[in-house]
Design a protein around this ligand. Sequence first.
Ligand code: AMP
Ligand code: MG
Length: 422
Amino acid sequence: MAAPPPLSLILPFEDARRVVAQHASQAVPSRVETVDLLHATGRNLAEQITADRDLPPFPRSTRDGYAVRAADLTKLPVTLRVLGEIKAGPSPARPAIKSGEAYAIMTGAPVPDGADAVVMVEYSSQNGDSAEITKTVTREENVVAQGAEAKRDSLLLDRGTRLNESAIALAASVGKSKLNVFVRPRVAVLTTGDEIVAVDAEIGPAQIRNSNSYSLAAQIQQAGGEPVLLPIAPDEPRHLRQLIEQGLQCDLLIMTGGVSMGRYDLVEQVLAELKADFFFTGAKIQPGRPVVFGRVSRHAASASPERQSHTYFFGLPGNPVSTMVTFELFARPMLEALAGMSLGPLAFLHARLKSEIKVKSGLTRFLPAIFSGEYANTQVELVPWQGSGDIAARVRSNCYVVIPPDREQIAAGEWVAVMLTR
Ligand code: AMP
Ligand code: MG
């Protein structure tokens, strides 16, 4: 006999997101691999990187000018003896100055001992090795002290750091040409529905091409996972179960379609047969209300000390925009955690609404919109759409306007939250 569908557990958006975050914070990425610095972009660091020496390694001049003792310039004009020129690059010994002396110095060069400022002088008369300084143009000290950015052996990059250009530059600056990163988690993608056919198959008038597996694969790659596309599952429990069991062998299973209340929406029923724990079976959002999150214990045979004892799954609604939104809101943080990334908050931008919005209250809405304007004049406007099946409208948009559940009307000119899409 089929297992009964699980009890309905529909959470407000922020509660649902918190539930995912709680589980994600316990996710253990296990395997580690070593990659060249050039191939580390977007990967998550599996080691701690410390400074191999002070940064900067010497007091560094931040501009071209004269390295001086600031106290020598309290009264102008003053004549200083210029001992020579220091440029960036190796020098046999670190020069020094005493009171009344200066060096001409270039950006990035080591400031001589005894100097505590680098100044640019507006005019000076040069006479042999003496320079008469009548006025200094810059007031700042223009010297970064040795170790001011980081002390030798201090932690620069922690485990879980997503490697963007600045993290990669920092690793390079301390001599790391290879980095230990977490292996990308394998994410099974299972599309369900009798009407769904492969992209390149011959198609009948009432059939729909599978686009969700491809949008999900793209989002999975962006989030640091490796998509594993399973065959399309029919709305038939036995075959569906086989494919779900196959998907549960991966590090994460993402299903689309078959999670609404219809007679042929069988995903939850099959998962219940597999003794899944359901953490929610819906979220008060639009699009994407029927989204499901849970996990299934691994069979003893396929469990290993290196892997978690269960596989998390998401059942995302099949309407293409619902699939994209619910991936972004719920599946992404779990996938990022499995990929070894430290969790960050879900941040929204704000922009002024161009035209009034009217909706029914009760759901947090993520509506495709166009973010435009620049500098301090950002604006946002909904794109006309035919609902969550309208991929073309989603393509015309570049963000979602986020409408809180207690609002029914938002006037033109109000500031609204915006979730940018990458
Ligand atoms: P469901 O969530 O199964 O009720 O499906 C909702 C809508 O999304 C239906 O119109 C489906 O045809 C459509 N749909 C489901 N899966 C896919 C898919 N993989 N690609 C494109 N559209 C889909
Ligand atoms: Mg369906």
